[in-house]
Ligand binder design. Structure first.
Ligand SMILES: Nc1ncnc2c1ncn2[C@@H]1O[C@H](COP(=O)(O)OP(=O)(O)O)[C@@H](O)[C@H]1O
Ligand SMILES: [Mg+2]
Length: 379
């Protein structure tokens, strides 16, 4: 077994997820044993600077350049901390797989831009501070071959969760929410996966503005409110929800600008009702996504992960909206809901080092299977 590290920091900017694993095998024979996992903070000042880069109007080239290094320096600090806590020497770590911080994602070309994506946190910087071979920039190879560069976690979902006996849908609720269909007995090429729409992104914006807190703990605020019907109706009219996959989305669509407009329009409604409504919308968007590919979901397990899996009220609504399936979380499979994506990147990094492709063509829309990422060797 090799020791590997996975680093993930998603669109929520809630922190940097670092996992240390033992990893063995490849593809569906991959075996993972988690040694330690921790979410480390991104301080307020850095978070604000990163957030400013998300919008063309507030981004600036000096900050982008500096952040590309600062993010790696921060990641390196956290990797050192977690290794020290576990008495592991850098020399004993086989590789680091780092997703990086997504700054901008253009999954489909526009009239002025080509399909492209930008994750900051340079791999060479990380590798050379840590003296550990590092794989980074996982998304670009897939886009180069006509894919959307996302979602990438479905490969790991397939390796770790596909079953010959049970139909499964893996649901990750981060800032954006995405699902991976794993019909029983499915082959990799049968896997369908896409972003269903917002996860915690709109909920977070609303509670931050209305209550000055970062998230609705366990969904307690939403639980105390009622649905504002015109707002829900307006949200459900969103054309993204019914769009057929492959499809991915992000802050470019559901970020502050989108949420701010809604909040301004409905600001006279009771605060808890607004939070209840956007929480219901997230659940409805997930339901629409689940039904998009299979109309009959009887005998399916829906296995939730990501920070949104702590929103118990959200999970309850999802279960109510789809009574025919069984809502579980990865914790039911002894996998920390917050660690899952970082673990997935250790699987992808492991394939890359072995020269094996790990995109899922049917999920990203790429023309070919490709070896993902860039390897920064330091030894
Ligand atoms: N106890 C909790 N109750 C409700 N929501 C939570 C809780 N803990 C985390 N979350 C939500 O999960 C988000 C982080 O999820 P995460 O999977 O890390 O997303 P990302 O991949 O976008 O970083 C937080 O911003 C918050 O909205
Ligand atoms: Mg996160």
């Amino acid at each position: 077994m090799k020791i590997a590290i996975g680093i993930m920091s998603g669109t929520s900017l809630d922190g940097v997820d670092v996992v240390v694993v033992k990893i063995k095998g490849t593809f569906t024979d991959s075996q993972i044993e988690v040694i330690d996992f921790k979410t480390f903070p991104i301080n307020r000042e850095m978070k604000a600077r990163i957030k400013a880069q998300f919008l063309p109007a507030t981004s600036d080239i000096k900050s982008l350049t500096s952040l590309n290094f600062e993010i790696s320096q921060l990641y390196a600090k956290y990797v050192k901390t977690i290794l020290r806590a576990n008495n592991i020497e850098a020399n004993d770590v086989s590789f680091v797989a780092s997703h990086g911080q997504t700054i901008y994602h253009i999954p489909v070309k526009t009239t002025t831009e080509v399909a492209s994506t930008l994750q900051l946190g340079d791999g060479s910087v990380l590798a050379n501070i840590l003296k550990i071979n590092t794989i980074s920039n996982f998304r670009t190879a897939d886009i180069a071959l006509g894919g959307q560069g996302a979602p990438l976690v479905p490969y790991a979902d397939f390796c770790l969760f596909k079953s010959d006996k049970t139909n499964r849908i893996m649901l990750n609720i981060g800032g954006i929410s995405n699902i991976t269909y794993l019909k029983k007995g499915a082959k990799l090429d049968d896997v369908i996966a896409f972003d269903t729409g917002p996860g915690n992104m709109i909920i977070n914006y609303f509670v931050e503005k209305l209550y000055q807190i970062p998230y609705d703990n366990q969904g307690l605020i939403a639980r105390s409110g009622k649905i504002v019907e015109p707002l829900l109706k307006e949200l459900l009219a969103d054309s993204y929800l019914q769009q057929l996959p492959p499809k991915t989305t992000g802050r470019e669509r559901y970020g502050d600008f989108y949420a701010e407009q809604l909040l301004n329009k409905y600001q006279n409604c009771p605060k808890e009702d607004l939070v209840a409504t956007v929480t219901h919308f997230t659940a409805e968007a997930i339901k629409t996504g689940c039904k998009l590919v299979a109309s009959d979901l009887t005998d399916f397990e829906l296995i939730a992960s990501g920070g949104g899996a702590h929103n118990l009220y959200l999970l309850e609504i999802i279960q109510k909206l789809m009574p025919e399936l069984k809502v579980l979380t990865t914790a039911d499979f002894k996998m920390d809901v917050d660690a899952k994506e970082a673990i997935a990147f250790t699987i992808l990094g492991n394939e890359t080092l072995r020269g094996k492709p790990s995109n899922v063509k049917s999920a990203t829309g790429a023309r070919e299977p490709v070896i993902l990422g860039q390897i920064s060797f330091v030894k």
